[in-house]
Design a binder for this molecule. Sequence first.
Ligand code: CP
Ligand code: NVA
Length: 306
Amino acid sequence: MKRDLISMVDVKDDLHDIIRLSMNLKRQAKKGKRIEHLKRKTLGMIFEKPSTRTRVSFETGMTLLGGHAIFLSTGDIQLGRGESIQDTALVLSRYVDMIMYRAKSNDAMRELAKHATIPIINGLDNKEHPCQVITDLMTIQEYKGTFKGLQFVYLGDGNNNMAHSYLLGCGIAGMNIRIVSPKHYWPETTYVDEAKKFGINVEITDAVKGSTNGADVIATDTWVSMGDEAEKEKRIKEFKGYTVDKALMSAAKTEALFLHCLPAYYGYEVTKEVAHGPQSVIFDEAENRMWAQIGIIVTLYRYMFP
Ligand code: CP
Ligand code: NVA
């Protein structure tokens, strides 16, 4: 059966299995064992926006799995000059075994998934970034051993792809979430409502003071996502005061973790002191993109060819 990963809700029944598989394959590979579960298989990677981590981690992940990945920038393929998403999906489905798509719009993502006969993985769109949030949950699992009873706090742009996927991801994992963001940047209500359905405690606030008290995990993301560049100056003004700094970190639990999907803009959403400080796990998190995606790819492939 074809299974896609477009939204975090697509893994609501598989999250724990994917994390377990990813951690297991990571352990095996680090011991020098071969994890070639996708020998001679090919991943097509369509990019409409730039990327460092997503591109390299998917490509190296496919190498470790014994397969291959093809980088397809929309500037270089016919999709970029008007070929339809439907035809692109139907053609690529004849060549490759899976597609990772970094899209400008969630509608385009869903259109590709609708027409492709192979699994589609969302490598970020304007609404969600599920691969990153599965990675972040895996990183929390590695450090904390559990999600139960943990308080997750996200500061910054509450209306972006990371905030939306964190809401759903915390719901699925069973972790309470607090989003701290100027009112104008609060998440879309559908994501808040969906998260609440999992029975977790969801708080949305614009009050920075006290927001990290007792937190187990603190996360942030850029204030200016890809596509928001025209609003850069306005956003920097509006997010003033939402920088994750040493004072906010020290109000959290002493063993609290700091997460950031990267790229980071120091002095804006986080200080370099925090991002490169003792509680930060951002480079483990970056590495885990590769391991989490290995788990995701193997899982989707097994659904397709049981
Ligand atoms: N975190 C993340 O998706 O990074 P890239 O934009 O570099 O892929
Ligand atoms: N919210 C950011 C995430 C980058 C990985 C963006 O969409 O640009």
